[in-house]
Write a protein that binds this ligand. Structure first.
Ligand SMILES: Nc1ncnc2c1ncn2[C@@H]1O[C@H](COP(=O)(O)OP(=O)(O)OP(=O)(O)O)[C@@H](O)[C@H]1O
Ligand SMILES: [Mg+2]
Length: 248
């Protein structure tokens, strides 16, 4: 098994009062084993729709999907349950899957500590900042130990410093545990720093405009931070900037 996920010729239309909205047009994507695929695209191009199709929340209008493994999905909006404490929120997936073992609870406690939420475990979502809520949503996604992560703008509510730190952490977790992820981002630098491959979407109806394999020369191990210092970084940035600019 070399591929974790494949989308073949996927099309998606929504039917609204105003008529048919054609959102995705012949999308082909492959997530390879051990890799991070980043989807970059303008607002409203259909990025979240692709993740919704991959997680089977939405059915494609046509096309084929293949998935090998269990998916963890971190939505663009955190969807924390306001009446549950942070601890009860992050444990919900394990609870539903009937996997509330001591070992799993200890692992979640460790994640809460790592992400600075341990002191807030008995607080309610409304008592947290936007960035803290996002971290809680991320822990909830990691709690069930999924094989494949779908991350929809996971760092967007974080301040810059925390964002660099959290993306470094997530990258290390993914690589250390040999998991795959599809990451949706608006941020070109973030995309290059995390990706093995970047797919650029055109504006609606979205097609894959181009895809780029990211190969960087780094000293020692590749991390998002060391990637940013690679000599090729700027060249990728310029190429992707031009491609996104052409949408205007
Ligand atoms: N349930 C729906 N019914 C009708 N139209 C929808 C529905 N869901 C999404 N759309 C439309 O599909 C298009 C793509 O939406 P989507 O949320 O996938 O975009 P996106 O690339 O994730 O945007 P953003 O970067 O702003 O998050 C939008 O034009 C949106 O209005
Ligand atoms: Mg979206």
């Amino acid at each position: 098994m070399t591929n974790r996920m494949t989308l073949k010729h996927v099309c998606k239309s929504f039917y609204t009062d105003e008529g048919e909205v054609n959102v995705l047009n012949d999308i082909n994507l492959t997530l390879k084993k051990g890799e991070i695929l980043v989807i970059l695209g303008p607002s409203g191009s259909g990025k979240s729709t692709i993740l919704n199709i991959l997680s089977k929340l939405l059915a494609p209008t046509s096309g084929e999907i293949q998935i090998n493994g269990q998916i963890g999905y971190m939505f663009q909006h955190d969807h924390l349950l306001e009446w549950r404490t942070i601890m009860a929120n992050v444990l919900i997936g394990l609870e539903i899957q009937k996997k509330l073992t001591q070992e799993n609870k200890d692992r979640v406690a460790q994640l809460l500590q790592t992400y600075g939420l341990w002191e807030f475990r008995n607080s309610f979502p409304r008592q947290l900042s936007g960035g803290m809520r996002q971290r809680a949503a991320l822990i909830r996604t990691l709690a069930t130990s999924p094989d494949i992560l779908l991350l929809d703008e996971p760092f967007s509510a974080l301040d810059y410093q925390t964002r660099l730190m959290v993306s470094d952490d997530i990258y290390q977790i993914l690589k250390k545990e040999n998991k795959e992820a599809i990451l949706v981002s608006h941020d070109i630098s973030e995309a290059i720093s995390m990706a093995d491959e970047i797919c650029v979407l055109s504006k609606r109806p979205a097609t894959i405009k181009s895809s780029h394999r990211i190969t960087l020369t780094v000293e020692g191990e590749r991390t998002p931070l060391s990637s940013r210092k690679a000599p090729e970084f700027k060249d990728y940035f310029d190429i992707l900037w031009k491609e996104l600019e052409c949408h205007a």
